[in-house]
Unconditional design. Sequence first.
Length: 678
Amino acid sequence: MNRHIDESLNRPLDPALRRRVVIEHVTPEIDSGQFPVKRTPGEDVIVEADVYADGHDAVVARLLWRRCGDADWTDTPMEALGNDRWMARFAVRDVADYEYAIEGWVDRFETWRQELSKKIGVAQDVASELLEGAEIIRGAMEHASAPDLIAMQTAAESLEDASQEQGARATAGLAADLRAAMMHHADRSQATRYEHVLLVHVDRERARFGAWYEMFPRSAGTDHTRSATFKEAAARLPYVASMGFDVLYLPPIHPIGRSYRKGRNNTLDPQPGDPGSPWAIGSAEGGHTAVEPGLGTIEDFDDFRAEAERAGLEIALDIAFQASPDHPYVSAHPEWFRHRPDGTIKYAENPPKKYQDIYPFDFDSRDWQALWTELRDVFEFWIGHGVRIFRVDNPHTKPFRFWQWLIADLQSRHPDTIFLAEAFTRPKVMRYLAKAGFTQSYSYFTWRNTKGEITEYFTELTGTDVREYMRPNLFANTPDILHEFLQQGGRPAFEIRLVLAATLGASYGIYSGFELGENVPVRPGSEEYLDSEKYEIRVRDFEQSGSLAELISRVNGIRHAERALQFDRGLQFHETDNPQLICYSKRAPEGGAPLLIVITLDPHHMQHGWIRVPLADWNLATEQPFAAVDLISDEHYTWRGEWNYVRFDPEYRVAHILAFPGFESLQPAPAPAPSARS
């Protein structure tokens, strides 16, 4: 026993114990590096960390970053922010994965340099320090090459030359080119590398910015007694494109089951000709890789998608992993579904709602690997037909690990694919789905209507670490959600929610009929539409008076012209003296002129008051008058000072989107640099 203790005492110490630098509190970092942060090409990743060591020696911090798979790191100096906090940034360029790390070490040369500067500043004798500097430089020369070697040799000789005055020798040791050469050849043998290599997932631009329009293609014809075909639906594409939308989102386009088919308004007694819910997927005509016969064939879908692209629209397809009782999976793979004790398959429920026409999959079945692979191949099929955007129905009811595996697997081969999570569920679950790989997420925007609710929620989305991985898509309505605000507020309510969605978020969407002000619920207190399009064909007159199409086109045009509205970051809320008025600004990451958005939150009454323009934050003179232009109405205003007056009559105007012409000229000129003499 004593021999064993003695041997352990003589064991060599780990050389890593000599690493003196501590690295902690790194941002951005999601769950200790378990998940990547998200960006699009051209965006910066701004990295900060606490980097420090014991004692008073100089610490150096470097940011290392590279595209995953590259052999070499790019080495970027970190800037000291004070209080041992350091910062550096790098820009991602490609749709790919990047990685970054932080390294810090106690730098002997930089410590010497700082001490020498202090002693020279108080006229102390530095003969010994000059020789110490030469020794440090010559040690680094063993691994240096030209031209650094030449600069280091010259400096070392000057430091050692006792015939020169100490001031001249010190100047050589403090030269900027020598400092750069020594940093290039710094001794990192005792450097601390942060314990996690952190990841950045870079999606294409549409992941960050876009306006979505949801349309049931079967309702795009002129006959409410039958489904429109894709060829007929193509006639609606110019209308959607004219409003400035980027993405046309289609509910499921697969064959619809007949067993337990729902009738109009979700009744259990369908009448002849009732088309059923598109989310009851599967019939004798096929399942998730087939097209509903009323719409046409897969070739007709291909033609529709190509026509949409020519109109400037990208198709997003709904993927709902569930099956009608008639789906081919039910007979071919009954083991993929949950069963009751009597052997029957359990249909879906969300009390008090019942979905007798839908069977959920059992992701934990004994044959789970075959099920997961089959569902992955559903995406592969539609990717093969040119679809690159998917809205995924109820992902929170499927395993997190399934989505993490599936999305990573698909994006490894198709990095331009985008996945929108339709998960109106608990906040932590929504956030985890975003971490697990979903490109975008539905949000609580629909239920945030007061100034306090909006300010609190969007401060969380854009001002906390949530912004690093969760991109909200702000749908103002959906086929399932007609909020009370829209039911009771008339046309002004729709205008208010449109401008809020389009300016608070870089991605937003509306469901067809929003522009017509459809707002009748199936019953008081319900968010379901009366005569819901989920259960019947709705032929609309989009040319009717009172349509919001012109306003939508105007707002989407502003979004395409103003980079400030193409990012979720850059949002700041500002004071008003009236709680029914909300005021906020947006600014592009690279800076430039901001936009100021002011909106009334009351669709019923005139509201007016004073808003505070953040002139000091924008570096504008508080006493100088400045011009403001409403990009919605093209009206011009002259404002002066921080507090300015606004008035909204909801029948005439509900919002300003204000730009500031000549913004740069309003900022004071930078102070001239001091002359060498001064």
